[in-house]
Structure formats: C-alpha cells, structure tokens
Ligand binder design. Structure first.
Ligand SMILES: Cc1cc2nc3c(=O)[nH]c(=O)nc-3n(C[C@H](O)[C@H](O)[C@H](O)COP(=O)(O)OP(=O)(O)OC[C@H]3O[C@@H](n4cnc5c(N)ncnc54)[C@H](O)[C@@H]3O)c2cc1C
Length: 416
C-alpha cells in the first residue's frame, strides 16, 4: 500500500456507509471519500416499504448515521455527486463535473435500481417505483388520496407495499405473472402462505396475469389493461418487478461483470485494488462453493465490513449465510440460508401453519439448505448452525417442536 493511502467508496448507501465506518473502526487514518449520487446521506431502505411508508417510523430513524457522524470521523461524504468513470490502472475515479479523484483502494457499492416496466403508459403520472426515500414519500402521499391501487409484481416490494396500502384503507389489486407470489424464492409449498395472507387482508390477487398497458387521462394513470383483456381501475400503480445491479461503472472500467460485479471471497474484483460489496456484488461464497449475489439488508451491512478489512490487507473472507426478513400485516419472518429456484427436494414444517407460527426448512438429500421462521423468534442462530453444519437431519425430528433445533445441528453454541 502507498505511504499515504486514500480510499474512495462509490455509492453512499448502506454498504458504502458501513465500509467507511469499518475503515475508521479498524484505525485507518487516511482520507476516505464517500461518493453518493443521491442528495440524502446514507439510509436504510427496508423501512421505505414498511414502518416509514406506514407512517410509524420517523424520517430521522432511517439514516445509517447521525448527520454529524461523517465530519466527526473525517469521512468526506459528497452527496449529489455521481462517479462517471473508473480507471483501475491509473487508480482514478472521474466525477460528473469532469474532476478526478485518485485512490489507493476503491470500493464499489453502487447497489441496484428497479427494473422498469416497458409497456405503453409506463411513464404516466401516478406510476411509482420504490427504491429511494422520495419514492416512499410519493407513494405515502398517493395512499392518502387514492381509493384504488394496482400493484404489479408479487415480490417482496410488491407484497409489502400492498400491505401498507391496505393499512391505509386503499383497495388493492395485485398482479403477478407467476402462479403464486415469491414462487421462485420460496417454492410452491411456502409461497401459498403469502397468497393466503394477502387474500385474508382483502387484496384482490390475480396470478398468471401480464400487463399489456397502463392507461390514463390527461397524463395521469387511471387503470391497467392486462393481456387477457381485463381492465382494472386505479388511481395509482406501484411497480415492483425486480432490480438490476448497477454495474455500469465496473463494466466500462473493464472489470469482470456477470450478474453483478464478480468478486472473490475477499470481495476483490478482477482488479486487486478494486473491491465491491452489497447488492452489486456477485461474490464467491466458500460454503456454497459458487458465486451468489444477495439483494438484502444484512448482506449490505456485513459484506462491506469484510471488504473494508480486505482493503486494509487483512486476510478475511466473506462466508456468512444469507439472511433476510420481511414484515407484512401481522406476519414477521426471517429467512436464513440459500436455495436456488427448484434446488431442494423436500420442505419440512415445524409448528403451526394454520396460525402462521412455524419454521419451514428446505432440504436437499436430507441436509437443511435454508430455514424460514414465521412469527417464531430467536431461532436464527440454530437455523444458521443447521445450514452450515451440512449434516443430514431426521425430518421427523426437524418437524418435532419438542426436539431442540440446536441438538440437530450438533452445535452446542447454537441456542433455540
Ligand atoms: C423498499 C425496500 C425495502 C427493502 N426491504 C428489505 C427487507 O425487508 N429485508 C431485507 O433484507 N432487505 C430489504 N431491502 C433490500 C436492502 O435495502 C438492500 O439490499 C440494500 O439497500 C442494499 O444496499 P447497497 O448499499 O448495496 O445498495 P443501495 O442501497 O442501492 O445503495 C447504493 C447507492 O449508490 C449510489 N450510486 C450508484 N451509482 C453511483 C455512482 N456512479 N456514483 C455515486 N453514487 C452512486 C446510489 O444512488 C445509491 O444511493 C429493501 C429494499 C428496498 C428498496
């Protein structure tokens, strides 16, 4: 490393902020520049479709650090500043105004952006995407005046937004091209839980449906036409059809990109002085033996801590088991593990599905790949231990609430 190392982080979201924090906690005392295209200092996005959208969480509560934290820790946070190019060989970042910043080590935490729906009417006023704080503000405002909304896409964002709309007393029609919500992520056995949950809360769920057009008058949305010829009236439309990792800089810089910026287990890109973390990183996972890209909060908290240490020359690898959570109505859940679509041969339930208090386990050849606890708490550690142990378990014992989970993984330190 150079005598006076300078670290630049592109992307002032959760991952970028956590990386800056770790660098200071690890006693790095050189310059840190944190570049953010948004005007807001780094914030957490999960509340934007839950507590903040519901009006329960204050705006102040979503930020990663208090306003004074960056100056206090000598982090040069530059907001409203977009990096337009990276020169890995020259160790320079170019900004939108043409100025350049040199670096010793660079971290890319550029995150992801919502996939756009390319149908006629997609740009009408009243068609919303949800990624930024201002999007959540606009949707909250729409819920205040709308009586009917159409949500397109029954993924996490679509489902959480539908739940918030119902809480605001708005009629909701949810359109999904697949047969069930979250089918690719959860599989048929568990996806049904979310369909039932929303139906019970009065959401009009329509599966196997494609949007042909978003209609409007005077430039404002007034409904949705589906390819089967149905028309649904709407005062607002929320689109949640997935996200795309923001790899533009990396690609133009000649870094290896494949479903995100490809990094090794040290979160290093194809150039040794450039790292990547968070939503944008497609990282080699030692436990799974393959690259995975995780679009979740915990990954954006934990991965940059390892990336920061790796940038400081520490011998660290990122091997945490993926984890995510959701809250919808009175259902809270946590998911620990990783299953490719169709990559399991059995689902075992433990607890009560009728009252939605259970744990679902996805297994392949008797081994637990992932577990999802629904309205059951303090079991993440033993589920993680089960996943990492790689041990074959007895399905009967796994389903039996009287058999402690920790006994099944053989890990005495895993409680629950
Ligand atoms: C509404 C919503 C709800 C969510 N709920 C959950 C949940 O319940 N559970 C869960 O586990 N996860 C949830 N997530 C996912 C989680 O928020 C993301 O995984 C996390 O935000 C990823 O953080 P990141 O820092 O990698 O990327 P981002 O949050 O996308 O931040 C990247 C930042 O980099 C900036 N940037 C990009 N390119 C440049 C550039 N060239 N120059 C300067 N700046 C740039 C972007 O403007 C952005 O601010 C949710 C996400 C959303 C949107």
């Amino acid at each position: 490393m150079a005598a006076n190392p300078a670290f630049v982080i592109v992307g002032a979201g959760l991952a970028g902020a956590k990386a800056a924090q770790t660098l200071r906690e690890e006693a790095f005392d050189g310059p840190i520049v944190l570049l953010g295209a948004e005007q807001e200092r780094p914030y957490e996005r999960p509340p934007l479709s839950k507590g903040y959208l519901l009006g329960r969480d204050e705006r102040d509560s979503v930020y990663v650090h208090p306003p004074g934290w960056y100056a206090e820790h000598d982090v040069d946070l530059r907001l409203g500043v977009t990096a337009t190019a990276v020169d890995p060989a020259g160790h320079e970042v170019t900004l939108a105004d043409g100025s350049r910043i040199g670096y010793t080590k660079l971290l890319l935490t550029t995150g992801s952006t919502p996939r756009r729906l390319t149908v006629p009417g997609g740009d009408l006023v009243g068609v919303h995407y949800l990624r930024r704080l201002a999007d959540s503000d606009r949707i909250k405002e729409a819920f205040g005046s709308a009586s009917r909304v159409v949500v397109i896409g029954a993924g996490w964002i679509g489902l959480e937004t539908a739940a918030a709309a119902r809480a605001a007393g708005v009629e909701v029609t949810l359109l999904e091209v697949a047969e069930l919500p979250l089918l690719r992520v959860l599989g048929r056995e568990v996806a049904r839980t979310f369909a039932d949950l929303h139906a019970e809360h009065g959401v009009d769920l329509r599966f196997g449906v494609q949007v042909a057009e978003i209609t409007g008058t005077g430039g404002r949305v007034n409904g949705v036409l589906t390819t089967d010829g149905s028309r649904i009236d709407a005062d607002a439309v929320i689109v949640g059809v997935g996200i795309t990792p923001d790899t533009r800089l990396a690609e133009a810089a000649g870094l290896e990109v494949d479903n995100g910026i490809r990094v090794d287990a040290h979160l290093r890109t194809s150039h040794p002085d450039v790292h990547a973390a968070g939503d944008v990183a497609n990282a080699f996972h030692p436990l799974l033996g393959k690259h995975i890209r995780v679009e979740h909060w915990a990954n954006a908290v934990n991965q940059p801590q390892i990336a920061a240490k790796a940038m400081l020359g520490r011998d660290v690898t990122y091997d945490r088991v993926p984890y995510f959570f959701t809250d919808q109505y009175d259902l809270g859940m946590e998911y620990t593990g990783h299953v490719e679509p169709g990559g399991y041969d059995r689902v075992v339930f433990r607890g009560r599905r009728d009252t939605r208090e259970f744990i679902a386990f996805w297994l392949a050849e008797g081994r637990v790949l992932a577990g999802m606890n629904v309205n059951v708490w303090d079991v993440t550690d033993p589920i993680r231990a089960l996943v990492t142990s790689g041990r074959a378990v007895d399905a009967g014992e796994l389903a039996d609430v009287d058999v402690p989970l920790a006994d099944l993984s053989g890990r005495s330190d895993a409680t629950g």
